[in-house]
Structure formats: structure tokens, C-alpha cells
Ligand binder design. Structure first.
Ligand SMILES: Nc1ncnc2c1ncn2[C@@H]1O[C@H](COP(=O)(O)OP(=O)(O)OP(=O)(O)O)[C@@H](O)[C@H]1O
Length: 618
């Protein structure tokens, strides 16, 4: 199909977006060393092939003419070739391989650093396995591209151009026939190119899905065992694996066809030159020495075209990997502040003693993760300095979303959030998060020692400070009972600790950070009574002299809150203290009653106390 002029221009206008160009642009750091290395290495190999052809020619002329002078020049050429092979080739090889290793080190670092500053929304939309696959499979592909594939292409280009030029020099008629067959090879490669590329994309995508499944299996190991889901997970993995194999086989079949076509053309080339050559020698139109040199050159050139299919197939596979990496590199990172240029300053805000302003204020805040799907709708809330406020409400009502907005993970769509009298946009995200401590329900502990995990709250904290924080969080005695005490390794995700112990370590970490605002996604509901009591004591300590916003899952823990906001469908539907809300017989009353009956069912000590309390009150 013929392309319209506009489309043809469009194709060239987008050349910068082509994977091959993007791949080369990744090189910018080591460009010259890499190019000199690759071109030098290829040049050495190509010159060797061409020199060999002329050596054969000279040797045959020597034997036919019985002329010793030709022998001397043949020996000189062989010596040159040996020097090239022994000295130059390894030198250039070292040059470009070293630059690729440096490039890979930088690329991995760059990817890791970018990932660490991607907005939270990036990770909420994707599976971690897909990101892992990009960091491992696709990075490996890039290394292969620069280490072998680009070198092979450069060698092919140089060998075919110099080989054909040398052939034209020896005999233009034969060279012309070879050029014709070469054009046929290129056309056959182009014909296969599109479908191979689609199959390669599909292979990389399926590899990503396999990594996702493996990640799910490892992170959800306990859940899988508990629900006896191993069989289902295995069959899901087997199904994706099967799809991957089927696509790889189709890819293999297609590239096999391409290689076969190229082999056929290569053979045609080789057979053709011998037949034509013999015929021309028989007619005394050409010397036998020239034919031998031409055959040698043709062998090297046809090897190149035999390999063209394989290399271009590899390139198609790699293009998918390169595309996935360039996607990561082009993904926007989290901005320094929610709105650029709105920098009235931190100094005027949290650091200042503007005692009159509320510490946290939401005015008509609306927000949705997706367009036309509002989650928060005109939410109003005000928390004074040093106050404890609680968010309660039915599941999915938007409580965690309020926390995410406060932490600057997403900008509010409408309305305004004010922190210490300043609009939130006026702080940089780092300043904002510096002023807050977030203790999530599911504490993440890193593989390392207990001390290093607590120190995350204040990296330069002394050991005394760490111990003090642990004491305040009621975890010191437990740590002291361990064989390596604060130097005990806690395993990946703190696997060697109980839920309550992990929570208290997270609280110690938060105590060390000592920020004025505490955001707490209360986790005590998941703990047994003893742990819960210890964690609650630690939390009480953490809340002292701080502005606290807590998402309450167990309503008995927020009876003393200064203000409770009942959130439903993204709006504050009730607000007040426990007594007033309970007495109002609205949603809060319903939630309390519901929880009370559940807890009474499970005979929890706390719920009984709560029930008793409420009964006395009534
Ligand atoms: N990253 C996200 N992308 C799209 N929708 C989301 C995202 N996170 C949460 N939601 C949706 O937003 C709504 C509010 O979720 P949110 O987690 O804020 O509720 P919640 O009140 O904290 O619930 P729970 O008490 O069960 O934790 C839910 O419908 C949820 O499905």
C-alpha cells in the first residue's frame, strides 16, 4: 500500500521515537569510547577478511608465475593480519566492553534512583512483578544489545560495504550479481520484520506476567498456604508459561523461516559465483587468482547475510525490552512540590508559631483516582494543634485517601488543604513529609538489624536515643531478651517478629523521627489483647504533644479523641466527640453498635469493657 505524502513525512518526523535511536541515545555517557571500540574491533575483523582474500590471490599468482616477489608481499600481508588480530582486536574489544559495563552500572543505578522517586500512583497502578521484570529481564536485554547485537550489526555493515567494494575492485560484473542477491536478502528480512516484532513484544509481556506471578507467590506465601491455593497458583503460572512457550515457538518458527530464506540466498550467492567464475576462467575472461579472492570475499560477505536474519530477529526481541526500559526512563518522577512555583515557604508554616491556625484543615476537598469517579466530595475537617482527631466510617468511605492526600501522594482535585496555616502546595513534598509521621497498619520492616530499623526515623540517632525510643514504645525489654539484642537480624519484612512487636518497632521509629503531626492507621484490631495493650500504650506515648489524625478501626480506642469525623462516601456526615456522636443515634452510633455486637461475639476483653462502659453510661 502506498503511503500518502503526509504519512511518509510523519514516518521520518518520528525517527527520534524509534527504538534503535532511543537505544543509541542511552549511550550518551560513553558514546565515543564505545563507538571507537566497536568500530575498531569490527574494522580489525573486516580488514583481516579482506587481507586474507588478497593473500590468496597473491599466493596463487606466485605459484602460477613462479614469481618470488609476490611471495614476499603475501608474507608481509599475513604478518600485518596477525598483528591486527593479536593486538588491535583485543584492545578495541576491551574498549567497548568496558564502556558497556560502565553504561550498565549507570543504567541500573539510574533506574533504581528513578523508581525511588516515582509517584506513589505509578506503583498503585502496576504490579511489582512487572517493575521487577523490567529491572532484571529487560536490563539484561539492553546489555546484550550493546555487547553483542550492535557490534554484530556494525560488523555486518562494514563487512558488506568493504567486501563488496573489494569485489568491485576485483571484478565489477561478478560484484553486481552479488549486490542483486544481497538486495533480495534485505527484502526478505523486511517482509518478516513486522510479525517478528509483534511476537517479541508478546514474549516480553508474558515474561513480565510470569515475574508477576512469582512475586505474588512469594509475597502472598502464607495466604496461599492458608487457603490451599498452591494448586490454583501453579496452574495459573503453568498457563502463562504455556502461552509463553507457544509464542516463543511461533517466534522460533518465523525466525527459522527467515534464516532458511537467507541461507538459500547465501547458497545461491556462493554457488552462483563458483559457476560464473569457472565459466569466465574457462573463457579466459578472468584470472583464477581473482576468482579465488572473490570466493573468499564472497564467503565472508555471505556469512554476514546468513546472519542478518538471526541478528535482526534478536534486535526485534530486544526492541521490546528497550521500549520497556525507555518507558521507565521517560516516566515522570514525583515533582518537588504539588504545584510548581507556589513557594510561600516552610518558614511561614510549620516552623512558625502561628498558634491560632488549625494544624490541619480540609476545605471542600474533592478528589478521585480516576476521572468521573469521585472518592472525596467536598470534605471539610479541622484539627487544632496538639489535638487528637479520628476518622471513622464504613469501609471504602475514603479514610485512607485522606491520609494519602495529606502525605502529598496525590494532589487534591478541588478545595484546599491547609497545614499550620499555609496551603499545602506551598510546602515542598520533602518538607511536608518531614513534618509528619505516618504509622501504617501494615508496618514494613527492612531486612537488617532491629537498631537499623528503628534508626530509619533519624539516621544519625545515637544508640542511647534508639534505646530511649524503644523503651517509650515498650519494646526494649523484648529486644534485650534476644541473643543479639539490638543487633538481631529480623528477616525479610520482619518475618521473625510478631505483629505487635513489628508495630512497636514502627512506633519506636516514629518516636525517633519526632515530627509534629502523627498520622496513624490504627492496627490494634489485628492484635491479641496483650499485644494490643502494649501497642496502645506505645501509641499513647507517641501521641503526647502532637497533632494526631487516626483512622480508627476499633472505636473503643478513640473515645478520648478531641474530635471524631464520620466519613461516608467521601463526605463528613457527622462530627463531634464520642459522647455527642453516640447520643445522636446516627451512623457513628450504628458503627459502635455493630462493632460492639461483633466483639461481644468474639468475647474480646476490650469489647466487654466497652460494652460495660456504654451500659453504665446509658
Ligand atoms: N490507588 C487507587 N486507585 C483507584 N481507586 C482507589 C485507589 N485506592 C483506593 N481506591 C478506592 O477509593 C475508595 C476509598 O478507598 P480508601 O482506601 O480511602 O477507603 P477507606 O475508607 O480507607 O477503607 P478501609 O476502611 O476499608 O480501609 C475505595 O472505593 C477504593 O476502592
Amino acid at each position: 500500500m502506498k503511503l500518502a505524502k503526509k504519512e511518509r513525512i510523519g514516518l521520518f518526523a518520528n525517527w527520534k521515537d524509534h527504538e534503535a535511536v532511543r537505544m543509541l541515545s542511552l549511550l550518551k555517557l560513553n558514546k565515543w569510547r564505545y563507538l571507537i571500540g566497536v568500530l575498531g574491533d569490527c574494522g580489525a575483523s573486516v580488514s583481516l577478511q579482506i587481507l586474507l582474500a588478497f593473500v590468496f590471490k597473491n599466493l596463487i599468482e606466485t605459484s602460477i608465475n613462479r614469481d618470488q616477489s609476490s611471495l614476499a608481499s603475501a608474507i608481509a600481508i599475513v604478518c600485518t593480519a596477525v598483528v591486527i588480530l593479536a593486538v588491535l582486536s583485543p584492545f578495541f574489544g576491551y574498549l567497548y566492553k568496558k564502556s558497556v559495563k560502565t553504561l550498565m552500572t549507570r543504567l541500573k543505578l539510574q533506574l533504581f534512583e528513578r523508581l525511588s522517586i516515582f509517584p506513589v500512583s505509578y506503583f498503585e497502578k502496576r504490579h511489582s512483578g512487572d517493575v521487577m521484570s523490567r529491572l532484571t529481564n529487560d536490563v539484561q536485554i539492553i546489555e546484550d544489545v550493546f555487547l553483542t547485537q550492535i557490534r554484530s550489526l556494525a560488523y555486518m555493515a562494514m563487512m558488506s560495504v568493504s567486501g563488496l567494494a573489494a569485489m568491485f575492485l576485483l571484478d565489477a560484473r561478478i560484484a553486481l550479481v552479488l549486490v542483486g542477491i544481497t538486495v533480495l536478502s534485505i527484502v526478505s528480512v523486511a517482509a518478516f520484520s513486522r510479525s517478528l516484532r509483534q511476537l517479541s513484544d508478546s514474549i516480553q509481556h508474558k515474561l513480565g506476567r510470569l515475574t508477576e506471578q512469582a512475586t505474588d507467590m512469594l509475597t502472598g506465601l502464607l495466604t496461599i498456604r492458608m487457603f490451599g491455593l498452591s494448586g490454583r497458583f501453579n496452574s495459573k503460572y503453568a498457563s502463562v508459561n504455556g502461552e509463553l512457550t507457544a509464542t516463543s515457538i511461533r517466534h522460533g518458527r518465523k525466525s527459522g523461516h527467515l534464516e532458511a530464506t537467507n541461507y538459500f540466498l547465501g547458497f545461491l550467492n556462493f554457488g552462483g559465483i563458483i559457476l560464473i567464475g569457472v565459466w569466465m576462467v574457462a573463457n579466459r575472461w578472468i584470472e583464477i587468482s581473482v576468482i579465488v579472492a572473490l570466493v573468499q570475499l564472497q564467503l565472508s560477505v555471505s556469512m554476514v547475510f546468513l546472519d542478518l536474519g538471526r541478528i535482526l530477529t534478536q534486535f526485534q526481541t530486544s526492541a521490546a525490552g528497550v521500549r520497556r526500559i525507555t518507558e521507565l526512563l521517560n516516566e515522570p518522577v514525583e515533582p518537588e512540590r504539588l504545584v510548581a512555583g507556589d513557594e510561600a515557604g516552610y518558614a511561614a508554616g510549620i516552623a512558625a508559631e502561628s498558634g491560632k491556625a488549625a494544624m490541619i484543615q480540609f476545605d471542600g476537598v474533592a478528589f478521585g483516582y480516576e476521572q468521573d469517579k469521585p472518592i472525596l466530595q467536598g470534605l471539610n475537617m479541622s484539627i487544632g494543634r496538639g489535638e487528637m482527631a479520628a476518622l471513622v466510617g464504613s469501609s471504602g468511605g475514603g479514610k485512607s485517601t485522606v491520609m494519602k492526600l495529606l502525605l502529598g501522594f496525590y494532589p487534591p482535585g478541588e478545595g484546599q488543604i491547609t497545614i499550620a496555616g499555609q496551603r499545602m502546595e506551598q510546602y515542598s513534598l520533602a518538607e511536608l513529609r518531614d513534618s509528619m509521621m505516618y504509622v501504617p497498619q501494615d508496618t514494613y520492616l527492612f531486612h537488617g538489624t532491629i537498631a537499623s530499623n528503628i534508626r530509619l526515623g533519624k539516621p544519625d540517632a545515637s544508640m542511647e536515643e534508639v534505646v530511649q525510643a524503644a523503651q517509650s514504645a515498650h519494646i526494649h525489654a523484648f529486644i534485650e531478651s534476644l541473643p543479639d539484642r539490638y543487633e538481631t537480624m529480623i528477616g525479610e519484612r520482619g518475618a521473625k517478629l510478631s505483629g505487635g512487636q513489628k508495630q512497636r518497632i514502627a512506633i519506636a521509629r516514629a518516636l525517633l523521627k519526632n515530627a509534629p503531626i502523627l498520622l496513624l492507621d490504627e492496627a490494634t484490631s489485628a492484635l491479641d489483647s496483650e499485644s494490643e495493650q502494649l501497642v496502645q500504650q506505645a501509641i499513647n506515648r507517641l501521641m503526647e504533644n502532637r497533632t494526631t489524625l487516626v483512622i480508627a478501626h476499633r472505636l473503643s480506642t478513640i473515645k478520648n479523641a478531641d474530635i471524631i469525623y464520620v466519613v461516608d462516601e467521601g463526605k463528613v456526615v457527622e462530627q463531634g466527640n464520642h459522647d455527642s456522636l453516640y447520643g445522636a443515634h446516627g451512623l457513628y452510633h450504628q458503627l459502635c453498635t455493630l462493632q460492639f455486637s461483633k466483639e461481644a461475639g468474639s468475647r474480646s476483653r476490650d469489647s466487654l469493657l466497652f460494652a460495660k462502659d456504654e451500659a453504665e453510661r446509658a
